[in-house]
Design a binder for this molecule. Structure first.
Ligand SMILES: [Zn+2]
Length: 570
C-alpha cells in the first residue's frame, strides 16, 4: 500500500490478520469521563454533531453528540460534555435525532466500469425482447455520432431466461458494430459487424477461458460470447479519452458518498486504469477513500508501482485473479455439471494452472494482498487449495481472500475456519440469483449458497460489498438483503435459506469494521470511538431497530470521510 492519510501512515502490511477486529476489545466507552479525547488540542476546530443517535462499537445506541475534526473523532457521549470539550469555536450541526454509523465501506466495486456505463446504452431495466431493441434504437438516435453501440446491464432472467442473439438487434444497429455486456460482466452480445471486426466466425475455436456460443444446428456464432471470448470484440471498441473517463469516474464517486460510502475497495480490469483514478484524486472533489486492486496477471506492474507516491486518498492495495465466471452466465466453474447437462461444468478461467499458482505464490510471498474470484465450488476448492499451499510453504502473512464465495461445498465452508482467510461477499446478489441458483444447481447444492451466517461463526473474516455495476451501489440494499434474504420475486417470503440470515449489527460490521480490518485498518476506522478516523454515515432513521424490510428506505443525510463532509442534506 502506498500513500498516507491525515498523518496516519498506512504503509506496511501489519494488521492484516485483524480478523473481526473489535474496537479496543473492552466495553464501549460511553461516559466522557472515561474516554481519551483523541486528537483534541491539535489546533483544528472540530465539528459537533449534536443531538443524534450513535451506534456503539458493540451494538446498541447512545443518545448524545459527537465531535470530530480532520484529525479524527474527538469525543462521543453526553451532549453537554461533548460540546464543552469541543470548545466555543466548534461548528455545531443539529441532527434532530438522526442515526450516526461508522462510515460504510464497500469491499467490492468496479467503479470505472460503472462510471463508463453511465454514458452507454443502459439495459438494466429491460424486460423483453421488444424493450431490448427499443433501448438500442433509442440510444442510437440520441448518439448519432458514436461509431460503436456499447451498452451494459441486460439480464435474461428478467424475460424468462432466453439468451438474446444477434438477430435481436441486427436491424436496429443501423450498420454500426454493437456490443452489449450482460449485467454480471461475464458475457456479452455482439452483432454481426462486431463479430466480423473481431474475426469471430463459425470456424473460430473457443479461446482458453471463454466460449463462443453457437447455433446448435448451423454452428454459427449466435453473438453471445462468454468470458474471454468477449476480448477480441472489446479490444476493437475505441476507449473514451482519459479526461472523459476521469469526469465519469468522479461523478460515480460523488454518487458513492451520497449513498453514505466512506471507503471503497475497487477492482480494476487493467492496471492502466489506475491512471484514471490518479487523475480524479489529483483534483479536489467529494469522494470516498479508495483501495485499488489490479489484475493479478499484471503483478509485475503492481510490484513496480507499489512504492510510488499516489495522490492522497487512494491506495494501491492488492491484486485479483479469476478462477471462474458467474452462475448467471453459466460460467461459474462447478465440480458437477449444471442441472440438465451431462458435461457442462461451466468455465474455468485457469487454462495454465501451474502458471496461475506460481503467480499467486509470488504475490503472496512478496506481501501483496491477493483476492481470487471464485463462485462455483470447483473454483472455490481450487482457491482454497492454492491458499493451503501458501500456508504450507510459509509464504507471507497477509490475508488470503476469496471474492464472492457463492456456491461452496460443505468441505469448502469448513475450510474457511482460518484467521488468514477472508470471504468477500455481496448479499444483494441473492435477491437476483436465488431462483436461478435453484434452477442451475438443484436444491441440494443450492442450500449451501451464500452461507453468510455459518461463515461469520468461523475464524475467517467476512466483508460485504456491492459488486457495482453488477448490483446496485446502495449499501442499505445489501444490508437488507443479508438480514432478510428475500429474493426479487418473493418466492421465499421467510427468506431464501433462512438459517443463513444475520442480524443488522452483523451486516453493519461486514460493511464497516470487518472491511476496515481486511485492509489493516481495523484499529483506525470502522467504529465510533475517540481517536478513530472521522468516517461517518448519518441516516435519517435507526436501521438497527426498524422493520428489516424498511432498511432500504433510510435516507443518507450526511457522509464524512476523514473529517471532511463530502455529502450533506441536513
Ligand atoms: Zn466483481
Amino acid at each position: 500500500m502506498a500513500g498516507s492519510t491525515a498523518g496516519l501512515c498506512f504503509s506496511g502490511g501489519h494488521g492484516f490478520l485483524e480478523k473481526k477486529a473489535s474496537c479496543s476489545g473492552r466495553k464501549p466507552k460511553v461516559s466522557l469521563k472515561e474516554i481519551s479525547l483523541g486528537n483534541a488540542g491539535s489546533g483544528q476546530e472540530p465539528v459537533v454533531l449534536e443531538g443524534g443517535l450513535f451506534l456503539l462499537p458493540h451494538g446498541g445506541t447512545l443518545r448524545g453528540s459527537l465531535a470530530f475534526s480532520q484529525r479524527g473523532i474527538w469525543a462521543v457521549g453526553e451532549s453537554a460534555e461533548v460540546i464543552k470539550v469541543a470548545g466555543p469555536k466548534a461548528k455545531r450541526i443539529k441532527l434532530e435525532g438522526a442515526f450516526v454509523l461508522p462510515g460504510l465501506w464497500d469491499a467490492h466495486t468496479h467503479m470505472l466500469s460503472g462510471a463508463l456505463e453511465q454514458a452507454q446504452v443502459q439495459m438494466g431495466g429491460v424486460r423483453s425482447r421488444a424493450e431490448f431493441r427499443q433501448a438500442v434504437s433509442q440510444w442510437v438516435r440520441q448518439n448519432p455520432n458514436e461509431p460503436w453501440i456499447v451498452g451494459a446491464g441486460w439480464n435474461d432472467a428478467l424475460w424468462g431466461g432466453v439468451a438474446p442473439t444477434k438477430e435481436w438487434i441486427e436491424d436496429v444497429s443501423q450498420g454500426k458494430p454493437l456490443f452489449l455486456l450482460r449485467y454480471d460482466m461475464h458475457s456479452g452480445l455482439a452483432n454481426s459487424f462486431a463479430l466480423r471486426l473481431a474475426g469471430i466466425q463459425a470456424l473460430s475455436h473457443d479461446p482458453p477461458g471463454g466460449r463462443i456460443v453457437r447455433d446448435p444446428v448451423t454452428g454459427e456464432p449466435t453473438g453471445w460470447l462468454l468470458e474471454k471470448a468477449m476480448e477480441p470484440v472489446t479490444r476493437c471498441i475505441p476507449p473514451p479519452s482519459l479526461s472523459r473517463k476521469a469526469e465519469l469516474l468522479s461523478k460515480a464517486f460523488e454518487r458513492a458518498v451520497a449513498l453514505g460510502l466512506t471507503s471503497i475497495q475497487d477492482l480494476v480490469w487493467d492496471f492502466r486504469d489506475l491512471e484514471v483514478h490518479k487523475e480524479v484524486f489529483s483534483k479536489e472533489g467529494s469522494r470516498p477513500r479508495v483501495f485499488v486492486r489490479t489484475p493479478m496477471e499484471q503483478l509485475a506492474e503492481f510490484l513496480a508501482a507499489r512504492e510510488s507516491q499516489l495522490p492522497s486518498g487512494i491506495f494501491l492495495q492488492g491484486v485479483k485473479g479469476f478462477l471462474d465466471g458467474s452462475l448467471g452466465s453459466r460460467s461459474a466453474w462447478l465440480r458437477k455439471p449444471y442441472v440438465g447437462s451431462e458435461s457442462d461444468c461451466g468455465v474455468s478461467w485457469v487454462s495454465e494452472s501451474k502458471e496461475f499458482r506460481e503467480t499467486v505464490f509470488e504475490a503472496v510471498a512478496q506481501g501483496v494482498a491477493v483476492s481470487l474470484h471464485a463462485i462455483g465450488d470447483a473454483a472455490i476448492g481450487m482457491a482454497l487449495e492454492i491458499y493451503r499451499e501458501c500456508s504450507r510453504r510459509g509464504l507471507g502473512s497477509g490475508s488470503l481472500r476469496i471474492e464472492h464465495f457463492q456456491h461452496p461445498s460443505e468441505q469448502d465452508i469448513l475450510e474457511m475456519d482460518h484467521p488468514r482467510l477472508t470471504a468477500s461477499m455481496q448479499p444483494l446478489h441473492m435477491v437476483f440469483d436465488a431462483a436461478a441458483t435453484e434452477e442451475r444447481l438443484g436444491p441440494e447444492r443450492a442450500r449451501l449458497s451464500f452461507p453468510i451466517r455459518t461463515l461469520m461463526g468461523l475464524k475467517c473474516n467476512v466483508v460485504f460489498g456491492s459488486d457495482w455495476p453488477v448490483a446496485d451501489l446502495n449499501p442499505l440494499l445489501g444490508i437488507q438483503a443479508a438480514v432478510t434474504r428475500k429474493d426479487r420475486d418473493g418466492k421465499w417470503p421467510g427468506g431464501w435459506i433462512p438459517q443463513e440470515r444475520i442480524g443488522v449489527m452483523q451486516a453493519l460490521n461486514a460493511y464497516t469494521l470487518n472491511a476496515a480490518a481486511s485492509v489493516g485498518l481495523g484499529d483506525v476506522s470502522g467504529c465510533l470511538a475517540p481517536g478513530r478516523l472521522a468516517d461517518l454515515t448519518v441516516l435519517d432513521k435507526d436501521i438497527t431497530s426498524c422493520d428489516p424490510e424498511q432498511i432500504q428506505e433510510a435516507r443518507v443525510l450526511m457522509t464524512v470521510v476523514e473529517g471532511k463532509i463530502t455529502y450533506q442534506r441536513l
